[in-house]
Design a protein around this ligand. Structure first.
Ligand code: ZN
Length: 102
């Protein structure tokens, strides 16, 4: 995440604020690229990733702080979450393939 441009917020490390779906979504995207199942240009990869993330419920955690409370590992290893990420990416891919920006 880009640090905010606001001087008020410049002292905070917003890089520690992480979208929990992102690693799951990127894993699915990587698999599709490796298996030649989607276009690997930057436009398509970013469009599919952004669309897939937008379709999933917001889920953030603060790195190194709340790990104990919401253990990201249990979220990332959850079979249902993996399935939801995969479905979201495939739905996004179908939309992007219909209207690619490359
Ligand atoms: Zn493309």
């Amino acid at each position: 995440m880009e640090p905010s441009q606001s001087p008020v917020l410049s002292k905070y490390d917003f890089g520690r604020l992480r979208n929990m779906w992102e690693p799951l979504v990127l894993e699915v995207v990587a698999g599709l690229i490796q298996r030649w199942e989607m276009c690997d240009c930057q436009d398509c990869v970013f469009d599919v990733t952004a669309l897939a993330l937008n379709q999933l419920p917001s889920k953030y955690w603060v790195l190194d702080k709340y790990d104990v409370l919401t253990t990201p590992d249990s979220f990332l290893n959850d079979a249902n979450n993996k399935r939801l990420a995969e479905e979201s990416v495939l739905r996004a891919l179908r939309l992007v393939e219909k209207n690619p920006h490359h």
